[in-house]
Design a protein around this ligand. Structure first.
Ligand code: SF4
Length: 220
């Protein structure tokens, strides 16, 4: 198990403006440098990940070490040629979220921009951890997240946390999973990375009209 707690994210205004709707109103946003600086001061990017062997693949899902079963036909299909996966949890902490909430009534636009910058930071952290795993394993990585694909239920987050143990996740990176399967801090992501048979992305299976979409919807 690896805990990554000293991450220096390379955040830039140009990249930030590609997140959500930020770019569309770029000409109306002043002081983006200052806003990004505030975001950098408020985030605490940390991550935990590990490697676990796939013991068996059935059409319902993956049986991994310690007889844990990840129930998803999509995982079974996409990881059918894999022997190992990397479960992970990442977060940027709760300070930015608190700031977003505290100004959400009086400074709605500022709050919204900061929230988007937090999403950008979290996404960049995900790429950073993906890069590490790619270097360590040489995989061409796809990411899968419970609740982000119709074939992997949100409830399965319990299993991701179980791989590390909920207590360890809270102690090492400060992320909790509630009884309704929400993560606290909110700007956290849990899932697995692995070498899929295609260049898979959750968004390709998601029909939502979502401003954070990263890949077009693909009819299967
Ligand atoms: S389209 Fe939006 S909600 Fe759907 S998987 Fe992508 S980022 Fe998530």
């Amino acid at each position: 198990m690896l805990v990554i707690d000293k991450v220096s994210l390379n955040l830039s205004v140009d990249e930030a403006l590609k997140i959500g709707q930020l770019g569309r109103i770029a000409d109306k946003i002043d002081d983006m440098d200052k806003r990004l600086e505030e975001c950098k001061q408020l985030i605490k990017p940390v991550a935990i990940y590990t490697y676990t062997k796939i013991k068996q693949i059935s059409k319902e899902g993956l049986l991994i070490e310690e007889n844990r079963f990840l129930e998803s036909s999509k995982l079974a299909e996409q990881l059918s040629c894999s022997t190992e996966i990397a479960p992970y949890i990442i977060t940027i902490g709760s300070d930015l979220e608190r700031r977003v909430t505290s100004i959400s009534t009086d400074k709605i636009l500022d709050s919204w921009i900061l929230d988007n910058l937090g999403t950008y930071a979290l996404r960049t952290l995900g790429k950073h951890i993906q890069g590490r795993i790619q270097n360590e394993k040489g995989w061409k990585i796809s990411r899968f997240n419970p609740g982000s694909t119709p074939t992997w239920a949100l409830e399965e987050q319990e299993k991701i946390f179980g791989i590390f143990s909920k207590e360890v996740v809270q102690e090492k990176i400060g992320v909790q999973l509630t009884d309704s399967f929400m993560m606290i801090p909110r700007k956290s992501v849990s899932g697995i990375m692995g070498q899929a048979i295609s260049d898979y992305h959750n968004c390709m299976e998601c029909r939502l009209a979502c401003e954070y979409r990263q890949k077009p919807y693909k009819e299967t």
